[in-house]
Design a protein around this ligand. Structure first.
Ligand code: GLU
Length: 611
């Protein structure tokens, strides 16, 4: 493993400021990013939205998410003595209310947890699962695949949701606050309302045609058939009631009984508005599929990168293995000494190689033998690196998969389509004891399947569109199988074995390229987390074209084109929506969310210091 000279000037400066100022802080100072009061009783009688800050520095715990209500909910748990897992549950429940198109109890996700007392990283797979009746050809008709838009808005794409079971499993192991108390703030906001922001309005408007075609979705999420306007208060009393049922009955109240019955009814009989022309195929979910759902402990992935250890999510997510393989390939170069364009060139090449292997080998480990150890071995990465051209020039893509068990590079070529920007949401929490949670959860597309569960206030996911549509592949559909994900919650320990950073992002397959790039920004390019997040993004998922943001400087684009990379048009939307926490040593925390992408995210610490 090669070392790099790390220059951490800005971080050290922040730490000095933090430690100097913390002495002047009185205990119980009001937390940054949580100045909005209790969520009710503003001067005009409307709920106050909490203040939103993209960066916070301090001590005693931190929460970052896409949304200030969620960040505040998590922070309040920490302030009252709860731990990072408690806070993650409270914040994720709030995101289901205030960001219902990104992730909710109608979907699933992956928890990566650093347990400080045991110095151990663990992970929970709360991924959606295909109903038992699913066949490998479920997404084909007359020998061809059903078009994506039709697969998405259908019962066929709706997997058994996993988030509620994930909450329960995480709390059983680590929780210190009862579930009903963690759901209480979200229940209150669902009941009394929150102030719609521009991002919420836009996301509703983008889905209007779909939402309007379902009686349940129209009633739950539209106001007189239109998107709720920014600045107005939006309530979801049906979701408040569902949270109440879960508060009283735990996960059983979701996977059995009236909620389960309503889910199955919605899947089997999508509530299409009379006269709508949309062809909506019913799904195959039965009550038993819900009853039998379980969230599962999985081994996290781990790779040594420079003098850090990068932990990620293992299968059925492809996140940890693909990020890890790309980093292992990059380890052969002294990135800290190269010009920016060369760093980005190598990032593109390493990502393309890792995605070739992802396409070939990644699927649900309960159904296919995923060679995790081989994919993450340094020997395999060293072998894959030999395909990167010297002197530097772009390789023709798509690249073939390698053989992680040590033979030649003779795998099949699976071209990756242009990265679809889906939905999904990420949050990061850490507490005064040093525990960390990186939780990414999803309902797949923005708005999921577009079909809400009638009377229960949440949208069902379309996560099963993450399956391949052909049979015979690692990621082909099957009964009881979980579709391959790109979700990549990430925790990095530093050279001293202490936490260095934790973060994650939405973005479909670009989750992987974004997480890899942020790791390089932090570790090789010596950026602090806010800069690592703000930097323009690019990535290659083993496709002919490289995906990039319009903010990537023109000179850098030209330099990459000169190497032969194809960067025809910038991504229409920002790539990713990252948030996380950087650990500054001696308990100092630098919490960071997006400053501008998607109207910015929300970071807060328990004991802030000005920065
Ligand atoms: N369904 C995607 C996955 O699990 C996440 C959705 C997205 O962020 O686009 O990989």
């Amino acid at each position: 493993m090669s070392g790099s000279v790390l220059r951490r000037g800005r971080i050290l400066a922040l730490l000095v400021v933090a430690l100097t100022l913390v002495a002047a802080l009185v205990a119980g100072a009001s937390p940054a990013g949580a100045k909005g009061g209790s969520g009710k009783g503003g001067g005009n009688g409307l709920p106050h939205p909490p203040e939103k800050e993209a960066t916070a520095v301090g001590h005693g715990g931190a929460v970052t998410s896409l949304d200030p209500y969620a960040t505040r909910a998590g922070l309040e748990v920490l302030q009252k003595g709860g731990n990072a897992v408690d806070a993650a549950v409270a914040a994720s429940a709030m995101l289901g209310v205030t960001r219902p198109y990104d992730g909710s109890i109608g979907g699933g996700g992956f928890f990566l947890v650093y347990d400080a007392a045991n110095d151990e990283v663990t992970s929970i797979d709360a991924r959606e699962t295909a109903p038992a009746a699913t066949t490998p050809t479920v997404f084909r008709e007359d020998g061809t695949e059903i078009p994506f838009a039709e697969r998405r808005v259908s019962g066929l794409s709706q997997g058994v949701p996993g988030l509620v079971a994930g909450w329960e499993l995480a709390l059983e192991e680590y929780g210190t606050v009862p579930l009903h108390r963690l759901l209480q703030p979200a229940r209150v906001v669902a009941e009394r309302g929150f102030v719609v922001d521009a991002e919420y309005e836009e996301r509703t408007r983008d889905n209007l045609e779909i939402f309007a075609d379902f009686t349940s979705t129209r009633e739950t999420f539209l106001v007189d058939g239109a998107a709720p306007a920014a600045g107005t208060v939006f309530r979801n009393p049906d979701l408040a009631r569902t949270y109440k049922l879960i508060s009283q009955g735990g996960a059983d109240a979701f996977y059995e009984g009236e909620v389960a019955e309503a889910i199955v009814d919605t899947v089997q009989h999508p509530p299409v508005v009379a006269g709508a022309e949309r062809k909506v195929r019913p799904g195959l979910m039965e009550l038993d599929d819900l009853d039998e759902y379980e969230a599962r402990w999985r081994d996290p992935t781990a790779v040594d990168y420079r003098d850090h250890t990068v932990f990620g999510m293992g299968p059925p997510s492809s996140g940890g293995t693909t990020v890890g393989e790309a980093l292992n390939i990059l380890e052969g170069y002294e990135l800290s000494e190269l010009p920016e364009a060369d760093v980005l060139h190598l990032l593109i090449e390493a990502e393309a190689l890792a995605f070739a292997d992802r396409g070939e080998y990644l699927g649900d480990p309960d159904f296919v033998d995923v060679p995790v150890e081989g994919l993450l071995s340094q020997d395999f990465a060293d072998e894959r690196r030999e395909l990167i051209l010297e002197p530097f020039a772009a390789t023709p893509k798509p690249l073939p998969a390698g053989d992680p068990d040590g033979a030649a590079d003779d795998g099949v070529v699976l071209a990756s389509a242009v990265a679809a920007t889906g939905s999904t949401t990420h949050l990061t929490t850490t507490d005064r004891w040093g525990n960390i949670v990186a939780l990414t959860f999803s309902i797949e597309q923005i708005g999921g399947s577009g079909i809400a569960v009638d009377g229960y206030g949440f949208l069902l996911n379309n996560e099963l569109t993450d399956f391949a549509t052909e049979p015979g592949l690692a990621n082909s559909p099957d009964g009881g199988k979980r579709p391959r994900s790109s979700i990549s919650p990430t925790i990095i320990l530093g050279p001293d074995g202490e936490p260095f950073a934790a973060y994650g992002t939405p973005g479909g397959a670009t989750i992987i390229t974004t997480v890899t790039q942020v790791a390089v920004n932090l570790i090789d390019l010596d950026m602090d987390l806010p800069d690592a997040i703000a930097a323009p993004r690019l990535g290659n998922i083993n496709g002919e074209n490289t995906n990039f943001e319009a903010t990537l400087p023109a000179a850098t684009q030209e330099a990459l084109k000169a190497y032969g990379h194809k960067l025809p048009t910038p991504a229409a939307d920002p790539v990713g929506n990252v948030n996380g926490v950087q650990f500054l040593g001696d308990g100092g925390l630098l919490a960071a969310a997006e400053p501008t992408r998607f109207h910015g995210g929300s970071a807060a610490v328990v004991q802030p210091v000005p920065h």
